[in-house]
Write a protein that binds this ligand. Structure first.
Ligand code: SF4
Length: 193
């Protein structure tokens, strides 16, 4: 028996109310607690999604009402077009839709960090975060725009530019990626267990 229930039953005094009724009341109390817990959790998520709806939309990709906006950096030799831009106070916040995955991967974070960097260069204001809408349920994930993350992005951009200049790319095969890769049968770098 659940130790919490055992503990509560230990406080039961025979002769007050029948044990069956006491147990039933305990179970009902537990059910109400769990219902309240999950209801609050759901409402918190809903609040977060709803709060997005109250933000001023600045741009939506492929939408006539809110024209698509792209950012370009001559310094970084990069260009990016966020799925959407919203206004939070004085900040322009990029939003990226990731409909096919509910789990945040490095590549999703790198993409939103790149938008944050491009927006900062163009607006001279660093947005504090970007937003990922994950999976079919569009779970809201805020990616903080920290110095550390921007330094990580810089190393990746430097690596990308080196490859562009002719330095061979360093393959990083993983079992999972190579398993589903179309060219794994001819790739000399494929993961071997
Ligand atoms: S098989 Fe080769 S190309 Fe495909 S993911 Fe693995 S290392 Fe990359």
């Amino acid at each position: 028996m659940n130790s919490w229930l055992e503990n509560m039953l230990g406080q039961y005094e025979p002769g007050t109310i029948p044990l069956e009724i006491f147990t039933l009341l305990l179970v009902l109390g537990l059910l109400i607690f769990l219902w309240d817990f999950f209801d609050r959790k759901y409402n918190n998520l809903a609040d977060e999604s709803d709060s997005l709806l109250t933000l001023e939309v600045l741009s939506l990709k492929d939408n006539d009402k809110f024209p698509t906006r792209s950012f370009r950096s001559k310094k970084l030799l990069l260009k990016g077009t966020p799925d959407a831009l919203v206004k939070e106070g004085k900040f322009t916040i990029p939003v990226d839709l990731v409909p096919m995955s509910s789990k945040v991967q490095d590549r999703h974070v790198v993409k939103i960090l790149t938008y944050l960097r491009l927006i900062e260069e163009e607006t001279n204001t660093r947005p504090p975060h970007g937003i990922l809408l994950m999976g079919k349920k569009r779970r809201v994930v805020k990616v903080k725009n920290t110095e550390e993350k921007q330094r990580w992005l810089e190393t990746l951009i430097d690596e990308m530019h080196s490859i562009d200049e002719g330095i061979p790319a360093v393959p990083r095969p993983t079992e999972k990626k190579c398993k589903f890769c179309d060219v794994s049968n001819i790739c000399e770098h494929r993961h071997r267990s």
